[in-house]
Every structure is written in structure tokens, then in C-alpha cells.
Design a protein around this ligand. Sequence first.
Ligand code: G3H
Ligand code: 13P
Ligand code: ZN
Ligand code: NA
Length: 283
Amino acid sequence: MLVSGKEILQKANEGGYAVGAFNTSNLEITQAIIEAAEEEKAPVIIQVSMSAIKYAGIENIAAIVITAAKNASVPVALHLDHGTDFNVVMQCLRNGWTSIMFDGSKYPFEENVAITKNIVNIAHPMGVSVEAELGKIGGTEDHITVDEREATMTDPDEAVRFVEQTGVDYLAIAIGTAHGVYKGEPKLDFDRLQKIKSLLKMPIVLHGASGVPEESIVKAVKLGVNKINIDTDLRQAFDSAIRSYLNENPNQYDPRKILAAPREAMKKVVAQKIRMFGSSGKA
Ligand code: G3H
Ligand code: 13P
Ligand code: ZN
Ligand code: NA
């Protein structure tokens, strides 16, 4: 069933587990995510970035995810990942999204508050939940020092003011994770996470979770993370599975045959993450 993000994440917050938020841009990734969630009897969040919307077409990707979600035996939310453009947020509301991230992390605090609050005021009466980002969750390619990274992390007191002033439903925080493939092992600031959770008590979102070791994920969930974003790990599973399939079957030209192997590989990754996050059997 298609539900709001808040419905899924409030339960996760109460139950002390995290729900996987997996990025999709096509039919096969969406099927992999929903089939794995159904087998694990887990709630799941399917998220689409602005560039994925551009790739697939907003009505196409909405139709794929919403149809699959409505037919699913588990709760599924359709979420906009890193919405930075007000107009795209409005288009998602119009096209049936049940959860929106407004990412105003590039703006100064007051401006981030003002735009986020405006989006909350529009989305909430429509039953759509809102995620915001405070601090900056960068990419691994950024040539920045440890001190510079620290300066981009979420300030706990600022987080309290941000949530009070905007009324967001869940908050993405910067505690040392990054988007994409890590060069070394990511160092998470667990003290910062614990401080933020003790002050906010609301669902907390961890971005850039691909490549984070299992023990760090498990610890982050224990300390209050309830939504965990995974994109790169699915892309890499797709990539290696399709390459090896084509190597072994150089004469195959049926897209349905070619895409079956990567779909299965992504499904395995989704199921493994769901178990790691603690949401297996929570549907
Ligand atoms: O955080 C970014 C997500 O992995 C989406 O990336 O903009 O390439 O779709 P994308
Ligand atoms: P990864 O690509 O590192 O999994 O990050 C995904 C993400 O945070 C999407 O918002
Ligand atoms: Zn992200
Ligand atoms: Na990552």
C-alpha cells in the first residue's frame, strides 16, 4: 500500500529501527526494491532524485512507483530525494508523491528555514510529509580536510531551532557520511548523533549510507537513525551483474533477459540492507 513517509517513520522511531530509502529511476530498480521489501515483510521508502525525474519523466516514474506501491503487500512511500527546486517539489505534490525532501543545505540558516517552512505549509495539508537537511552532506570527491568536514556537520542546538521553526517531520543530519563511493572508511560522529536525537526525539535520516560498514550502521540505528538512504550500492550491484551477464552471454540481445540478472542482484542488496537496518518483519 502507498502511505506517507511520516506513517512509516513514526513507527520506526517508536520501534527503534530504520527503514531503507532506496533510489530508483526505472522499472527494474523499483521491482527489485518492492519484491525484496515484500519478501522481508518490511516497510520501505522509494526515492527519486531530481535527475532521476529528468531521466525517466515525472509522470512515468510516478506511474511505475505508485502502481507498484498500491499493489504491494507492505507499506511503501514515494519520496523526492534532495529536492532543491521549489517548482519540482510542487510537481511532485501534484503527481502523487507522499514524502518530499527539501534540501536547502546550500542556503544560510534563515533562508533554509524560510523555504522549508513554506514547503511544510503546502505539503502538510495534502498529507505529504517533509524531510529537510541541516548541515552539509557532501560527496566523497570533495577535497576537504577533516576540520572542513567537521564545520559542515549539523549543530545540535541549531537543529532544535530549525525543527521548531519549520515543523519538518524528519531531519537529515551531517555526521560524517558522504554520497558515493568512500575512499577510506567513513568516520561517523556518533556523539553528535546521540546529542541530536536526545534533543529532537524525531526520526533522523542518514544519507550516503552506501559503503558504510555494517557495525557503524547498526550503531547509528541504535542511536536513533530511522531512515537510511542507499543509492550507490544498488548502482554497483546493477553494474557488476549486467557486466558479468553480458560477458557470459555475448549473443543475448533481449533487454528482458539482460536486465533480469541485475534486477535480481539489486533485490539481494535491498533485502540484506533491510535486515541490517532492523526493519525485517515490521510491515
Ligand atoms: O544523493 C544523491 C542520490 O544518490 C541521487 O543521485 O542525482 O545522480 O540521481 P542522482
Ligand atoms: P549513497 O549513494 O552513498 O548511498 O547515498 C545515497 C543518498 O544519500 C541519497 O540521498
Ligand atoms: Zn542524499
Ligand atoms: Na556513500
